[in-house]
Design a protein around this ligand. Sequence first.
Ligand SMILES: [Zn+2]
Length: 1863
Amino acid sequence: MVTGSLTSTTRCLQLARGVTRNFRRRCIAVSKPEAALSSTASTHTAVRSVAALPAASSRSHRASFRAFATVAAPVIEEPMASQAPKECFRKDYKPPPYVIDTVHLTFLLNEDVTRVESRLHILPKQTDEQRPPLFLNGRSDVKLVALKVNGEVAPEDAYEVNSSGLTLKSPPAGEFDLEVHTECQPQNNTSLEGLYRSGGNFCTQCEAEGFRGITFFQDRPDVMATYTTRIEADKSKYPVLLSNGNLVGSGELDGGRHFTVWEDPFRKPCYLFALVAGDLAMKEDTFKTCSGRDVALRIFTRAHDTGRVDFAMQSLKRSMKWDEEVFGLEYDLDLFNIVAVDDFNMGAMENKSLNIFNSRLVLATPDTATDGDFARIEGVVGHEYFHNYTGNRVTCRDWFQLTLKEGLTVYRDQEFSADMNSRPVKRVEDVSRLRAAQFSEDNGPMAHPIRPESYIKMDNFYTLTVYEKGAEVVRMYEAVLGKEGFRKGMDLYFQRHDGQAVTCDDFLAAMADANGEDLSALGKWYSQAGTPRLTVSTDYNPSDKTYKLRFQQATDPSPGQPEKAAVLIPVRLGLLAKDGSEIPLKLQGGADLGTETVLRVTEADQEFVFQDVPEVPVPSLLRGFSAPVRMTVEGQTDEDLLHLLAHDTDSFNRWEAGHVLAKKLMLVLYSAAKDSNEGTLEQRLAAAGGVKASLVGAYRSLLTDSRVDGTFKAYAISLPEMSELIDKIPGADPTLLHEVREFMTRELAQQLRSELEAAIKENDCVPGEAYEFSAAACARRALKNKALGYLSALGEPEVTEQLLRRFKEATNMTDEISALAALDRAGARLGGTASGVEARTAAMDGYYSKWEKEPLVILKWLALQAGSNVPGNVAAVKRLMSHPAFNINNPNNCYSLFLGFARSPVNFHAADGSGYEFLGDAVLAVDKINHQVASRIVGAFTTFKQYDAERQSMMRAQLQRVLDTQGLSENHVAVQVGLLSKLTHAMATEEYLTKSIASGKRYHELPDRFRQAVPEEDWKRRVKEYCIGRGFSWVASVASTACPEAEYYEDLLRFYRQQKRLFPYHLGEYVCRHLRLTPFRYYVNILYDSMKEDHPYDSVPNFTAADIVRIMGIGRNEYIAIMVQAKSKKLMWRMNKGIVKDLLPQAPLNIQIEPWWLVHVVNLGESEYRQLDPTEATVCHIAARPGGARFSDLNGTAVRQLYQRGLVWLDVPVRPEDQLSIPPLEGFVSNKTTTAATAQDPLETLLYQIFVAASDHVTVAKLADILNVDVATLRVSISMACRLRFCRKLDTGSSAGAEDGGGMGSPNASMAAGALGALDLDAMLRSPEVGPIDSPKEGSFHGGELAGGGGAAGGTGIAFVVDAEVTGYLMMGALTPNCKKHSVTLFEGGRVYGAEVIAELIEELHASVEMSQGFEGEMKSLVDYARSLAVVLECVRACAGGRPIELLRKESLAGMPPPQAFRILSHSYGVVLPITSLAFPPLPLSNARPASPVNYGPLPAAQTPWLQLLLYTATGSGPLSLVLAAGQQLRRLPSQLHGATHVLLWPWDAAAVRVQNPPVVVEAPFMLHSLNEYLQRSALLVQPLGQRFNHGSTGSCAAALDKADTASCRPQLADGPPMVTIDVPLPLVYADLSSKAAATAALATDAVASNGGSGPGRLPGAGAASGDSWNPFELAEPLPGGSERGSNLSSHQRSLLQRVVGFLPGGEAQQVQLPAGLAAALHNLGLGGSLGFVRLLQAAAPSAAAADEANGTQHWLPLMLRLGIPMQPSSLCHAVCEGAAAADFLGAGAKQAHRGGQGVLAAALAALAAEHGACSSAFAGGGQDDDLGPFVDRPVGNLLFDGSLLSSAQLGDAADGMPLLLA
Ligand SMILES: [Zn+2]
């Protein structure tokens, strides 16, 4: 069999879904005839034999079967568990107890139910006394209708049927006949295994275990029988009825039916059975065998395809002849049939004399098939034919031996193709494929030996390892034995085993015996997985002229094989002299070996010494790739490689040398690109040396070497594939590697241009020349198209033009598709432009309309588009899925599209995960239809280990998603099959085990295979470690199943101490009471450990450090002091680090104990008890009751005394309904270098989250909901936080148990508290009467506010959102200590809140500003931040109307998925007010969600340049702006940018190009480079600056951009761009007149200006009409026309009215004339109620500006708009706040208006983007399926804003691909 694709990945797997589907079908079957049984069946519990069913039901069956013991009822299934497929082990092989000698099959094919009657003649193997039951495999969709033994109806109790087969309990003595009649429904069999109907034909696929889907049978390859097959079917629908062997009968039947009878005289296993019935056309030919027999050769296809089988027919004849000549094997029957079908999972199947092919491997004509297709067809036709001997006549004993037939047959087809075409090229191709795919399989989680030791589903082992590596193993026999020796071995193999089912050992024995050799060392290749590494070192001794070669081999451990033995590695070699000649070889003391020999390396470390070597040779090792190993030659220089490339007589090694050189260079360049961020990628690569001249030279000489075959040249100048390099780079970035490869391609193309052009010329086809598939013709095309491919990378118009011409004029598919691919490649370099997309689409469309009727040709089209590296192609691929050309039900379609897509390093591996997400979706979609196909697509994820951490985790997340969606993780039936088996392999057994532990599985519940892999002891250890890591209590977790309690806690404490975790207070019940460990003692040990090891204080995790301060009073200073003290006792310290113990405190501090804490007594010893004083004794008595006692109920002094002595321990009880408050963090220790994330305490992680998410008065239960953690876990964390005083519990005021709880030692309260220790929520719920805990000083807090804070309608708080930068500034500034404290809180906890806290913070900020008067430079800007923060907080407080205010640090939401962050935001806040500009991604808020807080920041789309364009178009003014779509390559600067001294770049995908704060300013010399660099990842808004553009040559350069902006572009800003800007605060503050009048007039003026004064106007709405104060927020009405009032104004008045206050970058205020129309534009875009600022750009020419200056006006253009609160300069911040306050922006009306305004803005942005953009992800991260994700459109075409209008831009030929675009 040949698997689905010869070029990639493995054969498909059975998916678990198969089980489900079969099950569903069963249930349907059951419910029909026997409704009464359906309930039993559907509960999966009944196990009954068929025979046990009532005989009465036989009525439902047809008369023709009445004579038999008819079985009416369907098979009832076994329970799921026992139905699970078992893992099979090679060592468990047992021969079958019965031999099936002959098989007579009758098929009654029908549209609805097909009947199969099978008559078996069976021979027992045992004597009559030992007659074991006979088991025949079956499948649940095959229904037994009759069973007869020796002609007699089998009694009902004689057999049993279940879903896996039929058991005949006691077969008769001696030989016997068994008749099995079954029914099946091939039309419903979508698995394409067994008998199925598809495309109107009946067809079979039986390898590996499909025959059991036809009838009950011993479905195993070692049961070999002769078959006679009779087929009956409707003649009109199925005129052709085929099976194996010779046709021996045919005729007509009643009812328009007919029949054929086929007889196959050769014994075969059932997997080789085949049947085809359908309406097929046939092409016939004959072949005369070497003995003179005529064999009829027939190829069947659909009628319209008969014209395309000629090549396959010729290939078949060539194969038959070749096998006779090379192996002496003559075909054995009179007829050989090939059937081509479209719906076929596999590539082709070698059924005896009836090969079935996937039609794409048969059909070919020059116009529809490429040279590659032809070569593939030849190879596969040969492969299947060669199986007739290697596979059919001698077959496998069991499926573990699959490589026996496949490895050998692949070797044979490789040799066949090599003989037919170019041998060197064939070898290079085969080795490349092996390295590209099999090596990574061998190196990954799927690694297995070519002969696996076990399998669950055999389908999983149709792998590249079994096939391709298997063929390499066969090739090693040839290397060791030589061609003749190999043939001798083959002859003996057939002589011994013809007609048998044998093993790999038998093959090895035949090879060894025929040659009298011991080949046992080769045998290890069968059992060992992994690719051996061979290291070669050389040593030349000039004195005795010897040359020593030392070989060291090792194989890495692989799953299940930790230790590897040395294997036999045949090394074919020669030695080259300096002049390039070959040195004669002679081993020391040995015979002359000629100039080439094969060394047998069998040891782990082995040396060979050659003598009489006249000079230092260059060794040519592993010629022809004589063993599948990774070889490293130590000390091999580039010169050596160049020497080999020039002179080696072995063409493989010649290619290899060039290839290694290129790989080395590519790796060097990759690391150069990776390690540096200086300049563009091109600059970095050029700085690293670019493409070396020596490589260019070597390629050049190859290209011009007339002795070398063209195809070989094409290979020799090909750069290594990504997959060859990926595994050499730990944590590779595939996109970057792709870019490096593209760079090298471009460089080579540039430098070899004339040679490449010459090669094209020399090899171009002559017009009118007919296509020929011959080695010579292929060579010419290969070289020509390779050269064209190189040139296309340049993306020059002439080249693209040429390609387009070649595409249109191509006379064969090879040239046509090459041209199309080259066009796509050129397009990927320039393709994002509007016309680029159109043109690429146009070219693709042209191809489609030409070939739309040719599904096979369309496959190439699908694959090409899917695999395109045009950035953002995923959207296009998604669209392809709904294209009529794509049918998801067709496997070929899926492979082309999805696997094609997975080959794109740019799009599949897109950094934002969109590619992975898409393919994950695809797997799930396809899996609903065909699990084998889905399984192959999943394979694209299994290489995840090769990539960088981000990609790894995203790929794993997709695997996990598939796994979760399958629901397989819970179903251990499913665990054992298909998809999951592949997934679990891929995700490693480890992860499965972790999941199982987490879900509480017990060892005996694990699937067998895992129990095999993990002994029970090991499992228990894992369970223990898992529970310890999470701090579970022994009683309440699975830990109790793994080890004794004492051992568990002992290990847990050791682990905790080692990790320096917080004391496990929640386990007090055991740790404190029983073990009597006190927190004090625990922390003493931790500090002792830490100091002894000389660890820094920072090694103590933050919360642990805080607790240590609390308990011991040791903080950073004390820690350091103790260390200094200890080290001062030098000698003693050196001798005994233990002395630090004496320096640590001897007793715990007196800690603060809250009245509601519970006091428990440890298990006291008798003497301890006697020493208690009476008060202490009383305390102990009370506290000793179950659950302890409240501290407030006890004598405090006594408790403290007992605590000091470690006789009591304290519990901090928390209940779900408790309310919380988080005060400013005090005493928090900020250690940043804490332990690795893996060892992170989950408790600590949760504590940080609590700080972010908790709002005042939130309950524990609600918080658990927000954080999506379970309440019990959260209670432990809250309890901890309360203990550390980072969190306060508020009085809930719940009434029921209040009096109760106050009572002395209330048992109820005790119970509840005790429950906490065990994380037992149930216990909690069982005691609802639990007493409340009073917290008098917080008493006034509860009540009113709570209601607002909870419900789904969203919170009421107001969040002022800042980012880490602000926080950082605050912490750096010279602040008062109290202020610093709050900064730390913000930094550590992520938020600051509470009315008093905010009040205090404002005070302290003011004080800090006061304190810092007179600071300059950097310090002044720090002060500015403090000032701004105070201003904002005051403003918000003034407007808040008593609602709570918080300061929130945006990064504290960072790690959370958007929905969770949204829940947190909407739970707590009614208003979110961010600073501007907040870093990407935008806050997860959505205007469309009712619960969403009112957002004064930007919508996602408003964080892109769309907002600017919108502003420009709405205003009709703005700077000249060019929009460039992503992906294009500029050849020169577009004319629009000529004369610019600088450009401003505003990227759409700011995250993708790592720009924090746009714009980026680029100076003229770097423009082209920078544009191209950015355009690879993002669309850009580009604005030229300079004289020519009428703005900004005057003014202060230094002040051009504000601080935040310059920070991001400082490197380019040596002189600063020539621009003057001013920031105008929003809402607008008018400079004169009353605000209201000014605003109204301004709006009116604008309206007049923009409408030319025509039409009646309307005055603005409510706000203008009512009240005296101007309120921009209440102006909700749009302004379509001018107003009378406005039009009445003189132009001077108008201009006065448009004066507002703006702020220069330094903060100075200045009056400024608003650009005409801006006020109205802002209003009409819904921005009237927004906070933020508009930045204006001075636009007048110098002279004009001066003139304007004189009369007080300057000309300004809108440049950009930012929403939110600007922090700098503080005067701007102040103005924005003032405006906001004046407008009462937090008032209900204003909020409502702002929300409405945002809707208007969103709609306007959407309209603009819809007109010029396409939907795609603009920012990394986020989920795509909700409105919270940061997804916006980006432009698809080039646009130009010329100062008044936005239109599509013509770049002329400045951008690559333009000619293509215009075509
Ligand atoms: Zn095969």
